[in-house]
Design a protein around this ligand. Structure first.
Ligand code: ATP
Ligand code: MG
Ligand code: FE
Length: 346
């Protein structure tokens, strides 16, 4: 099936055409466009919701037309329209969802209201057609930091979450503390390559605890104290921060692997999964337990519409569709109406 995917939950406006039946990643993504708003938000050091919503509204309709033209297809050729319905910045989500509804109505096609986190969670299956359910997913993004047993489409069992900041948020705050600007994750990764990861003593919150939850607020505060001390090079702080984060991720993921049911693979997704050092460390965790690591190419880790179109393709194949009066949701936990939360209930 051919699915038009639309994503606008944060600061990328993205549109894609997905062929759900195609055998390879290259052919599955028939066309995709991403318009980043980085320049618009940079002066403010973070995403400004009102600016984001306006910017989405300005570009989304022409982007739909351009992406269909790239694909050499018309709206009438689509089998369904998939749009992110949450969670995210509500103004932006509404722009994309209303666009999806209007296109679905105009073309007489079914609408699929997609959970942005499901897009991230299933993106590894878009990237690697051999990846089967169930798999153990580390979902690390700007707003989320969770370990989930993905048992099937719509069946997500959360094993762990963060008790304070998300991992991407920790990268973004570290970038801000070090004056690296916005967006922060890639800048911290770049600077970390020039630093000594053992130079600055930093905490590893929750390391070794029984439940595989995360905490990064204390690490961020320690980064701030290290900067304020004035004795460490920024590159050494960046490298030491990244190493501390990796140590936490490795320890927590190891624990989750030990606790979860049988899985086909260890999988990482979300914007932070673009980080090469984190991918390499997780490769080690997977190898220890005889699992393979599946990590989408970096461009499919950060926000994009291909993953939304793909989640739509999986839902369409199962016969799902959503009503045109479905609401945009600023908060929408992945496991809310699917599987019960396992573990400590944080
Ligand atoms: P969510 O998906 O939780 O709603 P989001 O959509 O804003 O949040 P994503 O686009 O999935 O988040 O990911 C963006 C996050 O990933 C940012 O916090 C960014 O700093 C981080 N990130 C991107 N690239 C890298 C990298 N190379 N290293 C570390 N972090 C990165
Ligand atoms: Mg972004
Ligand atoms: Fe995201």
């Amino acid at each position: 099936a051919l699915i038009l995917g639309i994503e606008s939950s944060c600061d990328e406006t993205a549109v894609a055409v997905i062929d759900g039946a195609a055998p390879t990643l290259e052919r599955r993504i028939v066309a995709q466009r991403i318009a980043s708003q980085d320049e618009a938000h940079r002066p403010y050091g973070g995403v400004v919701p009102e600016i984001a919503a306006r910017a989405h509204a300005e570009v989304i309709a022409p982007m739909v037309g351009a992406t269909l033209a790239d694909a050499g297809l018309a709206l009438a050729d689509m089998d369904a329209i998939a749009a992110t319905a949450g969670p995210g910045l509500i103004g932006g989500v509404m722009v994309g969802l209303v666009t999806g509804k209007a296109l679905a109505m105009a073309a007489g096609k079914p609408l699929l209201a997609i959970n942005h986190l499901e897009g991230h969670a299933l993106s590894p299956r878009l990237a690697d057609p051999t990846l089967q359910y169930p798999y153990l997913l580390l979902l690390v993004s700007g707003g989320h930091c969770q370990i989930i047993e993905v048992q099937g489409l719509g069946a997500y069992c959360r094993l762990a979450t963060t008790i304070d900041d998300a991992l991407g948020e920790a990268f973004d705050k570290t970038a801000k503390i070090l004056g690296l600007g916005y967006p922060g994750g890639p800048a911290v990764e770049r600077l970390a390559r020039e630093g000594d990861a053992r130079a600055v003593p930093l905490p590893r919150p929750l390391l070794g605890t029984a439940e595989p939850h995360f905490s990064f607020a204390g690490l961020k505060s320690a980064v701030m104290r290290a900067r304020d001390a004035g004795t460490f090079a920024a590159a050494d702080i960046a490298a030491s921060f990244q190493q501390a984060a990796i140590d936490c991720v490795v320890d927590r993921t190891r624990r989750a692997v030990a606790q979860c049911g049988p899985v086909t693979a260890l999988v990482v997704a979300g914007g932070v999964a673009a980080n090469a050092a984190i991918r390499a460390a997780l490769q080690g965790v997977a190898a220890e337990s005889g699992l393979s690591l599946v990590a989408p190419p970096p461009k499919l880790c950060t926000d994009n519409a291909a993953m939304i179109g793909w989640a739509g393709a999986e839902r369409f194949a199962m016969g799902y569709s959503d009503s045109l009066d479905v609401a945009a949701r600023p908060r929408w936990p992945l496991d809310a109406d699917a599987a019960p939360v396992r573990g400590a209930g944080v």
